[in-house]
Design a protein around this ligand. Structure first.
Ligand code: PGA
Length: 253
């Protein structure tokens, strides 16, 4: 089964709106020709609307970095999936380790948001990953299995098939320290085995599993050569169009 690669750029809390628009235009110009790869960019919430419009006639999709599970209500400072869908966002990143670490995101919260994302027509990019202490304690596979099982608890098998899973070892995010292709593949294979237990082998074969954590033009090819790595969630290296485009072009030459 061939899964279509998906490369997403997570801009986090960076760039002004004009800077974001320039970067979106540059990504459009440099990545538009890669028809065999799904390209996604995830600007801050404030930048989403003008950037969706800037990319309107392209195949580049836009992802929000978070959302609230409720469609509306008294939730000051939050962003609804109703609005994200209406704006034209196609994906929403859920459960990023920074949200879990700094903003109290829980597995249950991620599950509720994933349910709501599908209810509003968005595809969740569900992030899971172990800390360095958990890896050193030999718990990487157990931690990611538990996070994944919890996050998918409210989804039908047909929805799981469409979801994107991002394996991001916390110790590799923004540290310049990438998991080796073999380390990443071990966890990705375990994630696919868990998906198979939850939703059946056929669904598991369809789910795209991204690797994230210090992905660069120099390591993307070796990562993508692994059988269960289907894409990347790129942080720092997505803030420069040239670098991001070289990651998207991993299959060239
Ligand atoms: P990084 O971030 O590529 O800067 O390590 C990845 C992420 O947090 O999604």
């Amino acid at each position: 089964m061939t899964r279509r690669p998906i490369i997403a750029g997570n801009w986090k809390l960076n760039l002004t709106v004009p800077e974001g628009l320039s970067l979106a235009s540059a990504v459009r110009d440099k990545c538009g020709r890669h028809r065999a790869v799904d390209v996604v960019i995830s600007p801050p919430t404030t930048h989403l609307w003008p950037i969706v419009q800037r990319l309107a006639d392209t195949s580049i999709a836009v992802a929000a970095q978070n959302c609230h599970a409720s469609p509306k209500g008294a939730f000051t400072g939050e962003t609804s999936l109703t609005t994200l869908a209406d704006m034209g966002c196609r994906y929403v990143i859920l459960g990023h380790s920074e949200r879990r670490l700094y903003f109290g995101e829980t597995d249950e919260g991620v599950a509720a948001k994933a349910r709501s994302a599908f209810d509003h027509g968005l595809i969740p990019i569900i992030c899971i990953g172990e800390s360095l202490a958990q890896r050193d304690a030999g718990q990487a596979l157990a931690v990611t299995r538990n996070q994944l099982t919890a996050a998918l608890a409210q989804l039908e098998a047909s929805e799981v098939a469409q979801a994107v899973i991002a394996y991001e070892p916390v110790w590799a995010i923004g540290t310049g320290r990438t998991a080796s292709p073999a380390q990443a593949q071990e966890v990705h294979a375990s994630i696919r085995a868990t998906l198979s237990q939850i939703s059946g082998a056929e669904v598991a074969q369809r789910v795209r599993i991204q690797y994230g954590g210090s992905v660069k033009p120099t390591n993307i090819r070796a990562l993508m050569a692994q059988p269960d790595i289907d894409g990347a969630l790129v942080g720092g290296a997505s803030l420069t169009a040239d670098t991001f485009a070289r990651i998207v072009a991993f299959g060239d030459q």
